[in-house]
Each structure stands twice: as C-alpha cells, then as structure tokens.
Design a protein around this ligand. Structure first.
Ligand code: GAR
Length: 214
C-alpha cells in the first residue's frame, strides 16, 4: 500500500474523484487543508479519511507555514503528496523535500497559462482548445514534468464558468489516472525532465479512466 496525503484549499472535487476511484494499492492517509472552511473536508471526514487543518493565517511567513505543513505531512509517512486545488505557492524548500513525489493538477494545457484565471485567459487569447494538466511539482510555478493532459474544445458562446465546468470533468478523469500510475510505479522522469509512463506489467491491474459520459 502506498500512503497518499491530499492537500486542498476549497471544494475538493479532485480529491473526491481520487477517493471515489478506489485506486488499487493506494491508501488515502489524510486530507489536509490550509483553510478551516474548505468544503472538501466534510466529504473526506464522511468517508472515514482523517482530516487536518494547517491554517496559513496562523503563521508569520511562508517559510513558517510550509515548515508546519511539512511536519503535518511527514507525520503521515506519505509516498505521494497530491495537490488538489491547493491554492498556496510553496517554497522551494518544501517542493524539494517532496521531489518526485509531489503532484499537482492545473486547469490549463501547460505550458500555456500558468498561474491564475486560466479559463478567462484562454477565452481572451481566443484559443480553440483548452484543458488540464497533471504534473510533478518543481520550484518553478506550474512548470514541472507533465504526466497527463486532457483537451477540451472552446465553444462559441463559452464563458469562464462553462469552460471551467468542461475542463473539470476532464480533471476528474486524469487525476485518478496519474495517481494510479504513480502508485503502480509506472512513472519515471528522464534526463530531459520528461515523464515516461511504463507499460502495465502483469499482475494486479491499475485503475483506468472511465469513458466520458455523453
Ligand atoms: C481545479 O480546477 C484545479 O485545477 C485548480 O483549482 C480547482 C480546484 O477544484 N487548481 C489550481 O488552479 C492550482 N493552481 P477542486 O477543489 O474542486 O478540486
């Protein structure tokens, strides 16, 4: 079993998708939020998953918050730390501590639109396709090795909410897939910083994204 700690800041729908996927070999050790009022905490608790709050407002600096967060995470002996709508910029020290075992989901097709307001920026740029990316986290924001992406069309008449909703459906498919690959030891990063997904070996099968419902 691999221990997974999921960090959230709000709604937690990606965390929920990962929990619901019941990925073979994965144990969700805890869900940690930096906001006491994060909606996702109730879902986790109702599914018997331990929850913790490390409130960033209680710490005088980014470094102090990250140190407290790392203490809370390390107490759970995680194999993998999953950022699922965790809306804090992390210090290099924190990121390097979890090098190779820290995943994030970002609501754009990286390297396009790192940072915030990705759907609005995609609309303003007039792109015809948009999407989402799961990547390993490195110190440069939204820049780490890409594990999996999903593409959606940008349709005439889309507003930010419509586009975000279309992307979110895909987020809920690809994040469990990425986590299941990690848990099955199928991910590696080559010398050029690209992710290789090894073919499935014999033995217990992993988790595969279900088809999109019409
Ligand atoms: C998701 O769309 C995720 O991609 C995004 O926040 C949302 C969280 O939703 N993450 C970022 O923007 C990270 N910079 P959720 O709480 O329902 O999973």
């Amino acid at each position: 079993m691999k221990n997974i700690v999921i960090l959230i800041s709000g709604r937690g729908s990606n965390m929920e998708a990962i929990v619901r996927a019941q990925i073979p070999g994965a144990r969700i050790a805890a869900v940690i939020s930096n906001r006491p009022d994060a909606g996702g905490l109730a879902f986790a608790a109702s599914h018997g998953i331990p929850t913790r709050v490390v409130d960033h407002k209680a710490y005088p600096s980014r470094e102090a918050f990250d140190a407290a967060l790392a203490d809370s995470i390390d107490a759970l002996a995680p194999d993998l730390v999953v950022l699922a709508g965790f809306m804090r910029v992390l210090t290099d020290g924190f990121v390097n501590r979890y090098n190779g075992r820290l995943l994030n989901i970002h609501p754009s097709l990286l390297p396009s639109f790192p940072g915030l307001h990705t759907h609005q920026r995609a609309l303003e740029a007039g792109v015809r396709v948009h999407g989402t990316t799961v990547h390993f986290v490195t110190p440069t924001l939204d820049c780490g090795p890409i594990v999996i992406q999903a593409v959606v069309p940008v349709l005439p008449g889309d507003d930010e909410d419509a586009l975000a909703a279309r992307v979110l459906v895909q987020e809920h498919r690809i994040y469990p897939q990425a986590v299941s690959w990690f848990v099955a030891d199928r991910l590696s990063i080559d010398a050029a910083g690209r992710v290789d997904v090894r073919a499935e070996s014999a033995g217990p099968t992993g988790w595969t994204v279900p088809p999109v419902e019409a």
